[in-house]
Design a protein around this ligand. Structure first.
Ligand SMILES: Cc1ncc(C[n+]2csc(CCOP(=O)(O)OP(=O)(O)O)c2C)c(N)n1
Length: 320
């Protein structure tokens, strides 16, 4: 139809040439966001994790046509029509072509894809740096996961980092539900029990929350490779205003919630081999080894915010 497709890693269409993978970072560029305001939004399934995207759609006042379910997913109260994918197929079969082929449609989509390509190139180069960061982990997983492997990302930052920095190849499963961090190890193990290699990318709190899923893992022949991003607490909260507005001790007690758990020891207690990695190449090497294994990536919550800001800034500069 000529409409740009803003595709998250859970959509399965992210690698399509018509997809815009870096939509979150693009929409943080005020000039781009303001000059690309939509008149209507067709949304398949539930919204991506990006708050920037949902606010941009909401503020545009554009009507949202939601395709598929489950149920009517309408957190921003802007869904005007709910229909099924079959309804869309039927409309196309009846000759609905939208603006396909029109000069307007082509230039609209191209204006997205050109800027997306700039963002993609900028991020790809920056994320090649040897230092490990949480966005780098997302990009490495998207690019270096074996082609037959499935990726599972936990709620909180892993699902967001894959969406924002994972690039075009990012594809994953995630229990989105109500953003719960629970059950991620169990989901990953369940998927691995189907016989496919699984790479689980999970925050330290989510890992600790469901580490019990590893109980008895040795009795199963599973290739489960667990990447735990260990920033010792809830890294997502450092992006919120309370991170700077509360006294640091109070913020840590209420939001950061550091626990100091020795995560490699937790894995070892379940008979799962565990290593800590220090740089990008080491992560790539470890990721190639079949599981069950755990790879711990040490991180720092405050530095993580700075890394995100730097990446977004560099893309902003590259777009101009
Ligand atoms: C079951 C459940 N309990 C609590 C929360 C609230 N919560 C949202 S994000 C978060 C922190 C998660 O920390 P971690 O898994 O280490 O990921 P990070 O934020 O560091 O990416 C918490 C506790 C939740 N979403 N789900």
């Amino acid at each position: 139809t000529g409409w740009p497709i803003l595709a998250d890693p859970l959509s399965g269409v992210r690698s399509d040439v018509r997809s815009v993978a870096n939509f979150d970072v693009l929409l943080r560029h005020e000039g781009f966001a303001n000059s690309h305001v939509p008149q209507a939004v067709l949304r398949f399934g539930r919204p991506p994790a990006s708050k920037v995207l949902s606010m941009w759609v909401k503020n545009s006042g554009a009507p949202v046509i939601q395709v598929g379910g489950p149920g009517v997913i309408d957190p921003d109260r802007n869904v005007v029509v709910h229909c099924s994918a079959d309804d869309v197929d039927a409309a196309i079969a009846q000759g609905f072509t939208g603006a396909t082929g029109s000069r307007w449609a082509e230039s609209w989509r191209t204006s997205w894809l050109e800027v997306d390509a700039i963002a993609e190139q900028t991020l790809s180069e920056l994320l090649l740096a040897p230092e490990l960061s949480e966005p780098t982990v997302a990009r490495v997983v998207a690019d270096a996961a074996p082609s037959n492997a499935r990726v599972v990302v936990s709620s909180s930052m892993p699902v967001r980092d894959l969406e924002w920095f994972g690039g075009r190849r990012a594809a994953a499963h995630s229990n989105r539900g109500a953003n719960g961090i629970d059950g991620v190890m169990s989901t990953s193990l369940g998927l691995a029990l189907t016989g496919v290699p699984v790479i689980a990318v999970i925050g330290d709190l989510a890992f600790v929350h469901d580490s019990n899923a590893l109980w008895g893992i040795g009795a199963h022949d599973v290739d489960l490779r667990i990447i735990v991003i260990d920033n010792d607490g809830g890294g997502i909260f450092s992006f919120l205003p309370q991170a700077s507005e509360l006294p640091s001790a109070e913020f840590e007690r209420l939001f950061g919630t550091p626990h100091g758990t020795d995560l490699c020891a937790v894995a070892a207690a379940h008979g799962v081999e565990a290593v800590s990695v220090q740089d990008r190449d080491e992560l790539i090497r470890e990721l190639a080894i079949p599981g069950p294994r755990m790879i711990r990536v040490p991180s720092n919550r405050r530095r993580n915010v700075a890394v995100h800001e730097l990446l977004v800034d560099e893309v902003r500069k590259a777009i101009g």
